[in-house]
Design a protein around this ligand. Sequence first.
Ligand SMILES: Cc1ncc(COP(=O)(O)O)c(C=O)c1O
Length: 500
Amino acid sequence: MTDPNAHRLWIQEALNLQLAEPDARTLGQRLYDALRGGIQQGRLPPGSALPSSRQLAASLGMGRNTVLSAVDLLIAEGFLVSRPGAGVFVADWQWGTQQRLEAPEPLSVALSQRGERLLEFTAPSSERHTAFAPGVPALDRFPRERWQRLLRRHQQRAPVEWFDYQNVGGVSTLREVLCDYLRLARSVRCRPEQILITQGAQQGFELIARLLADVGDSVWMEEPGYGGAQACFASAGLALQPVPVDGDGLNVASLRSETPSPKLIYVTPSHQYPCGATLPMSRRAALLALAQRHGAWIIEDDYDSEFRYTSAPIASLQGLMDNAPVIYVGTFSKVLYPGLRLGYLVLPPSLVASFQRINARLHREGQYVAQAALADFIGEGHFSRHVARMRRCYRHRQSALRQALAPAVSNGLALSAGHAGMHLVAYLESHELENELVHQGKQAGLRLSPLSGFYLQAPGQPGLVLGYAGATEAEIERAGHWLSETWLSLTRHSISHGPV
Ligand SMILES: Cc1ncc(COP(=O)(O)O)c(C=O)c1O
């Protein structure tokens, strides 16, 4: 090793040069980076003596404390060592001077087979929601100020338990008001203890899949159906059995007798997702009997039953009889907003304790402030008022979409009835047309959801699922006009249009 003093001077000079360049980082951060970079890249070999903190501070024009904190951090991280009485030295860095630490090539991403399969159930995440995004509520109409006030109220009063790990199934006031609401509005048979608050319906599906089915067990799914549930059951290793949906919803009678017996049956009986049918009473009774025969659990996903426009909401399947083999799944993503991540399960009493324990183990409970705010939101009547307002709003948004699509509809575009919910389905003649509309939509800045993508088995029926709830009437009109005109031009219908 050369003379330590010469080395110290050299380090000082090098640092002086580096720190003279203009830079947005703080001086302390720059000194730290310069020393660490020098050590990692071998410019400061092991054993090199650092100038004293006093010398460095004077020559670099920074406070001594700034130098000391950078040096102390590097000592703590093992890049430098302090030898009392002798000074600070570059540690005997294990990569040495020959093996420099250089950034490797980025890792090539190899997902598991399960991961690759799950990608098929998702859209690219970076895309912004546009006029036709299905399942997005009117975020522009959510009473944000009132909500913030309720959150603040409970933030200020939060008891210490809310800061702890807990295993209680959710805030008791929320489970109580929710129970009253579900009994009255949805004819669900329950007591507050049967409700488990989750981070949305998705987590509810996840718990059901993990706790009630084993890898390879069969889950019967509506075909077409909800991609969130499909993805969740696929990731739990279940065998997804598509069950055709017709104008009356899930049609189990159409399955062949050799179809594997179900462990779980997923269904959206109030408003089939995405085609919109309501499961009639005869099919409900048959489904309950079938589940009992097979010892299967029905998962009743009641995601948007609040939004019916032509009749009162249909009573739940769960409430049709005592001890029905049904787990009722609800969400606040549609009535409030999806980012809230609050939903719930109504469990049969025999399952409550296990679900509560395993939920606390796998996912942890939390969001107690939001849960308490939500209890007040429901209890003080804001929830019912918001639902009533949104029903009116969605009726208007749906009729704006219908009007905009009228030229295409009068030339043969088939639209779903739209008695309920937050989207319409436009049925198309061919997959080529579906592809072309999705493609042209992308170019026009619209993300169109192809109906065939809701099927587990290709090719599925061609069509488009057109969400109308999350965009303003003006946006809906603009997008609807575009779709109507594009459909007309692609199907070579010719009519004259007024100005858009
Ligand atoms: C059929 C269906 N179920 C449930 C949900 C809600 O899921 P979450 O509560 O996880 O947001 C959605 C949302 O799009 C849905 O379309």
